[in-house]
Design a protein around this ligand. Structure first.
Ligand code: ADP
Length: 628
């Protein structure tokens, strides 16, 4: 656990000013929107396990009141710290009324129904994209994030911020991104990086840490990078994550990000936070900064994976100045539901944000109602009125077989034959036999989440069924890597199998283009990008019906969808029989009914998983919380 930072430069006057605010407990719960329209488009909702028709009775939603944070006694007004010049604040009550009863079920974006896989959701490909909202003023949106493709990427979160920020900008909004200035970033991908703020002092323990802020463009996105100068070296480390003080590192970053917005006089309409790493930002906003004049911004928090929550002991309160242990350890606020005495940053983000999304409607349902919330099911229920799922998009500039510079043969719907040139190229590169067989592929982190026992079984099953198998993956866990290396050695002589243990972006492109099927047998999958990328390349996904996989892949034989919307193979049970039922049908169709398989490839390539629809969904959410 990090101790009092050593070597932090402190600025006494700042410290004094802050302490007045810190010593007083804020009483401002986040405003809850009161509009009656769901902010998430019906198109997205229809693809999700939400009711196909609007619920008409209260019982279809949870009848209980959304729990509000405990209202502590009103403390004496703190001495107001010196205010920086504040821009005029738009008229808005600090504490908009809370809805009396959740008796306006139409207002709830929450996923309250069992999965609707059998209830077809009609949005045929021919349907035009959702109409853009009538002329509306652009919003000022700031993403505060620990990751951003292409400079600091660990997982899908980096791609989401990259893709969504561009989509929002295209739609006429002003978008900025705030992230840590990691030593390990891809600086070659940042254009015109320069210092813009030399004197940012961020309260930390009893002092403050001196930070600099840099500005630069990452593929046209406007980015601010925060660099703390202290003996802790929070971001001056070889990797992005994996340190014992990770929770404090990001608690500091979140504080630095909002302090930067406040000191630089920025008053975004929406601050969009991502995952536990930035989940404390709304807590700071409503506990400290609102009374310093920051009454304008609303906060949207997107949770990309509930498996990681940022759980920490009471040291957090000393470090951050959230000084009232009884208040913050309370189960209505940051008290961790599973580990008594611990604090949970993600939970704090859920309680304090104005809206919370996760990355698919199905995962929203699973996390709240199916025990997949890693202990946060209760808090999701309590705040269900402001919780919903939006399927991620993929960046079609990056993932597009018509323009992909990593593949030797480019192709589209009309030129799909060229895909087989990529198949040959893939075989050549991996020294596989050139024959009539189908190629089944797996690309992903070798993490238990991804269904590794089923991946292993699929390799042998595929070979037994007369097809070829290609795997590209890696794990930070040496035991898992060793296991797959063992498998690789065992299959080394097979002309029909290649396992590539490592991370290789370019090879991934060639596999998406050259394979016939993409296997995604996850135990749980918040959204999943691999199946969406595969669809774009006409590579048929074979997936387990969980999370975003269930929202994006529809079974060729069993889906309750029109034929032209069916785009893959789906199985339910996490066992060998389940996997074989889907993979076996896919391989059989490839060999025995090539015409049907080709039709399926066409359906796959026509499926639109660009950022167009989710971009509109997020704008609806922003409007919803702004109008609250
Ligand atoms: P997660 O975020 O859980 O890792 P996603 O499916 O959301 O899974 O995103 C995975 C992304 O990372 C995809 O773009 C996939 O192509 C890429 N990827 C995963 N493993 C590798 C690898 N070993 N080499 C290259 N790309 C990889």
């Amino acid at each position: 656990m990090a101790k009092q930072p050593t070597g932090s430069k402190t600025k006494p006057s700042t410290r004094r000013r802050r302490s007045a605010a810190k010593d007083t407990v804020g009483t401002n719960p986040p405003p809850t929107p009161q509009t009656t329209e769901s902010p998430i488009s019906s198109e997205t909702a229809s693809a999700a396990p939400v009711p196909q028709e609007r619920p008409t009775t209260q019982s279809r939603l949870e009848p209980e009141q959304p729990e509000q944070p405990e209202q502590p006694e009103q403390p004496e007004q703190p001495e107001q710290p010196e205010q920086p010049e504040q821009p005029e604040q738009p008229e808005q009550p600090e504490q908009p009324e809370q809805p009396e009863q959740p008796e306006q079920p139409e207002a709830s974006p929450v996923v309250a129904q069992p999965p609707a896989r059998e209830a077809p959701a009609p949005y045929p490909e021919s349907e035009p994209p959702p109409p853009s909202a009538p002329a509306r003023p652009g919003l000022f949106v700031v993403h505060v994030t620990p990751e951003l493709a292409t400079v600091a990427k660990v997982g899908g979160l980096a791609d989401v911020v990259f893709g969504l920020s561009r989509e929002l900008a295209i739609r006429g909004n002003h978008v900025e991104i705030v992230l840590p200035k990691y030593a390990s970033m891809r600086y070659d991908q940042i254009y015109d990086l320069h210092e813009v703020h030399r004197d940012l002092w961020v309260p930390w323990y009893d002092g403050a840490i001196h930070c600099s802020v840099y500005f630069g463009f990452v593929h046209d996105r406007k980015c601010f990078f925060i660099e703390p100068h202290s003996g802790d070296d929070f971001f001056d480390r070889p990797a992005i994550y994996g340190y014992p003080d990770d929770v404090l590192r990001y608690a500091f970053f979140s504080r630095a990000a909002i302090e930067f917005l406040w000191q630089s006089g920025k008053h975004p309409d929406v601050i969009h936070c991502h995952d536990w790493q930035t989940a404390l930002l709304p807590v700071y906003l409503y506990e400290f900064y609102q009374r310093l004049g920051m009454t304008h911004p609303r906060v949207c928090l997107t949770i990309h994976n509930f498996a990681h929550q940022g759980v920490v002991d009471g040291e957090l309160l000393h470090a951050t100045g959230l000084q009232h242990p009884a208040r913050f350890h309370h189960h209505d606020r940051l008290g961790d539901p599973r580990y008594p005495g611990m604090l949970n940053l993600l939970k704090g983000g859920i309680v304090y944000s104005n809206f919370v999304t996760t990355v698919s409607p199905r995962y929203a349902f699973e996390t709240k109602d199916q025990g997949q919330g890693f202990g946060l099911e209760g808090v999701l229920h309590a705040h269900q009125i402001k919780y919903g799922g939006v399927v991620n998009g993929i960046d079609y500039d990056l993932w597009n077989p018509e323009i992909d510079r990593h593949i030797p043969a480019r192709y589209g719907l009309e030129t799909i034959e060229a895909k087989y040139d990529d198949k040959r190229a893939l075989r050549q590169r991996l020294m596989l036999a050139d024959n009539e067989k189908a190629i089944v592929a797996f690309i992903g982190r070798l993490d238990p989440q991804k269904g590794l026992e089923l991946v292993r079984h699929a390799i042998f099953y595929t070979l037994e069924r007369g097809a070829q198998f290609v795997l590209l993956g890696s794990s930070p866990d040496p035991a898992i890597n060793a296991d797959f290396w063992g498998l690789k050695r065992m299959l080394n002589d097979s002309p029909d199998c290649h396992l590539e243990i490592g991370f290789d972006e370019e090879l991934a492109h060639l596999i998406y283009a050259g394979a016939d099927m993409m296997l995604v047998p996850s135990r749980f999958e918040p959204c999943g990008l691999t199946q969406m990328i595969a669809l774009r390349y006409g590579t048929i996904p074979v997936v387990r019906a969980v999370g975003g996989l269930a929202d994006t892949v529809f079974d060729k034989d069993h889906a309750a969808r029109p034929l032209h919307e069916r785009n893959g193979y789906v199985f339910n049970d996490y066992d060998h029989a389940g996997l074989e039922s889907a993979l076996g049908r896919a391989i059989a169709c490839y060999h025995d009914y090539p015409g049907d398989f080709r039709a399926l490839m066409h359906n796959a390539m026509r499926t639109d998983y660009s950022w167009n629809r989710p971009g509109q969904d997020y704008l609806n959410i922003y409007d919803y919380i702004r109008n609250g």
